[in-house]
Design a protein around this ligand. Structure first.
Ligand SMILES: C[S@@+](CC[C@H](N)C(=O)[O-])C[C@H]1O[C@@H](n2cnc3c(N)ncnc32)[C@H](O)[C@@H]1O
Length: 211
């Protein structure tokens, strides 16, 4: 069983996402476990404070180290992945590396991000999912988990879906078609209708593009 803890101020986003698609199936089949851990539960004082103004001034609020430290220490997981736009760009080789761990904490930032000291203390990976900034680490965490979980054995209905997939061997997948055979004067390539599996496989191979 692969265990993923998502430490977040918005656990409802993660819980809702768990209800659909392959994630839902993988949870139902007990292949994975995903826990959302509410950072607010580890907040300080009556108001469960999790953020404060930045030292030295500047806009926005910064996530304080203590609540994050407590939330991370509440788990038995030793691999901590922080979602941050300044991190290493996620790609398939990083996904394959992360697949080696059977449990991972994913830590989602908000506002101006994490107090640097929590990264200094706990970060094993700092991961960015793209060269643009979104408001929180939840969508990046879900993106990373979808990319990772679909590669866990028995998650996809047909494991062949992973073969020839875009980014495998630096190729872009061949184009795919379904019914109808003609749509708005655009035809499905004849070879795909021929039933000749050798020719079809050759066509597929020839239509993989280099990245
Ligand atoms: C508004 S962003 C903080 C941006 C930060 N002030 C900066 O300029 O790097 C809030 C949080 O969203 C998440 N986030 C935003 N963009 C991301 C990206 N491209 N990849 C991963 N996480 C991202 C991070 O967890 C981040 O702490």
């Amino acid at each position: 069983m692969n265990l993923f803890n998502v430490i977040t101020l918005f656990p409802n986003l993660i819980e809702e996402w768990k209800n659909s698609g392959i994630i839902h199936q993988a949870l139902k089949n007990n292949i994975i476990e995903i826990n959302s851990i509410n950072l607010r539960d580890y907040g300080i004082g009556t108001y469960k404070q999790v953020d404060d103004a930045p030292y030295g001034g500047g806009p926005g609020m910064v996530l304080m180290p203590e609540p994050l430290d407590s939330a991370i220490n509440s788990t038995n997981v030793t691999v901590n992945v922080f979602l941050t736009p300044s991190g290493t760009q996620l790609d398939e080789s990083m996904i394959n590396e992360l697949l080696e761990f059977d449990s991972i904490n994913l830590i989602c930032g908000r506002y101006e991000g994490f107090d640097q000291r929590i990264l200094d203390l706990h970060s094993d990976y700092e991961v960015s999912v793209g060269k643009s900034v979104v408001s929180g680490g939840e969508v990046p965490a879900m993106y990373l988990l979808e990319a990772l979980i679909r590669k866990i054995p028995n998650v996809l209905g047909n494991p062949e879906s992973l073969i020839n997939e875009t980014f495998t061997d630096n190729k872009v997948d061949y184009p795919v078609y379904t019914r109808p055979e003609t749509y708005k004067d655009l035809e499905v390539p004849d070879v795909l209708l021929s039933g000749n599996h050798q020719k079809i496989n050759e066509w597929k191979k020839n239509n993989l593009k280099d990245i």
